[in-house]
Design a protein around this ligand. Structure first.
Ligand code: FES
Ligand SMILES: [Fe+2]
Length: 384
């Protein structure tokens, strides 16, 4: 970006500098319109949200053995996630250090990574090993051309990365979430179904919607009966909502111990946890099944949401007759949200849009998320 462009962008975003955190009870408002469609904001989110926080990239079962890899481009950042020769997790920018070719596409298994453009090749720890027809290059030290690493860590079976090599460990961002959900033993569950959903809406509209149940009785009439019984809190980097199991229909999983995970407390057996973890991970978790969300911004007004259904790894829980109704129910709820979000997107971009007041008792998750975004961008731009 040249100086003039920087100055133009700076003045276009002057309102960002004056943004102040607000109290949920006294004066919290939804975000300014530009947050939902501006390419400048999207670029700042790539740098300061996804560039500096731990975000979700995939499930450990996508990497079965040493040499397994998969690629992602969440928020437009091409990464390769792999297990090296001794089975340790590694993540790198999937950007060749010669002229930005891809080292791999999709997923698979390999002994080394060979660029798809001019065949420079790297070992699975990112070191440059093979360089065809470069003998004549002077002042060329291959040690300077290793792949750019990205921090990688796991929470149970869930893989997270952080491009900021100086960022604190994943455990700091997670806080007490691993303790809260430890009894679910999610690393023993099996991934049984995956759907990629696409929506013409900014990724934050999806996350904000997922961090409140205010909309549920209207957008999802089948959830109306839970509304008055829900509880929710937002703290540290997460929103957590508990929906109680109310009727015999909700207790279908008690029909056979194979349907649910053993060792849960009576409270855990009686509730469904809806969790949203900043910035792009979420789940719906019951004693007998989970839907895991990977929220993937693919531009200022386009979002992919990968849903993966997990169930306890027993014959009865993984059977098609069990999985299919779970998928159908989740899919119905998801489509109800995805039908509405493009309508919200259209309206936040309209000249008649103004930020509105948030509900102090129902939108604490949306509020926390919005404040994180604004603070992350301000901090990244040196104004926080
Ligand atoms: S861009 Fe990778 S070898 Fe040329
Ligand atoms: Fe919803």
């Amino acid at each position: 970006m040249n100086l003039q462009t920087q100055q133009e962008t700076g003045s276009r975003l002057a309102w960002l500098r004056s943004w102040q955190p607000r109290s949920l009870h006294c004066d919290a408002m939804s975000l300014p319109a530009e947050m939902y469609f501006s390419p400048d904001i999207y670029r700042l989110e790539q740098q300061h949200v996804f560039g500096k926080h731990w975000y979700y990239v995939g499930h450990i079962s996508q990497l079965e053995e040493a040499g397994s890899y998969f690629t992602v481009d969440i928020a437009g950042q091409p990464l390769i996630i792999l297990k090296n020769r001794v089975g340790e997790l590694r993540a790198f920018f999937n950007i060749c250090t010669h002229r930005a070719g891809p080292l791999a596409l999709g997923s698979g298994k390999c002994n080394h990574l060979t660029c798809l453009y001019h065949a420079w090749s790297f070992d699975l720890d990112g070191n440059l090993r093979g360089i065809p027809d470069m003998e004549a290059a002077e002042n060329f030290d291959t040690a300077d051309y290793g792949l750019a690493p990205v921090q990688i860590d796991t929470w149970g079976p869930f893989i997270f990365v952080n491009p900021d090599l100086n960022a604190p460990p994943l455990a700091v961002q997670l806080g007490d979430l691993p303790d809260l959900f430890q009894r679910y033993q999610l690393d023993t569950w099996r991934r049984v179904h995956t759907i990629d959903y696409w929506v013409d809406a900014n990724w934050k509209l999806y996350v904000e919607n997922n961090a409140e149940y205010y909309h549920e009785p209207i957008v999802h009439p089948c959830l109306l009966r839970y509304y008055k019984h829900n509880t929710a809190e937002a703290r540290h980097y997460h929103y957590l909502q508990y929906t109680p199991v109310l009727t015999e229909d909700d207790r279908w999983f008690l029909a056979d111990p194979g349907y649910y995970i053993p060792g849960l407390t009576p409270e855990e057996m009686e509730r469904i946890a809806v969790m949203s973890f900043f910035p792009n991970f979420a789940w719906i978790l019951s004693p007998g099944h989970a839907i895991i969300y990977l929220i993937d911004p693919q531009g200022p007004t386009r979002t992919r949401i990968r849903w993966e259904w997990l169930v306890p790894n027993t014959a009865i829980a993984t059977a098609e007759e069990n999985v299919q109704p779970l998928v159908e129910f989740g899919d119905k709820i998801q489509k109800e949200d995805l039908l509405l979000l493009p309508e919200i997107q259209k309206r936040v971009q309209a000249i008649g849009y103004k930020p509105g007041r948030l509900s102090p008792t129902k939108e604490m998750g949306t509020h926390l998320f919005q404040e994180f975004i604004m603070k992350a961008i301000q901090r990244g731009e040196g104004k926080g």
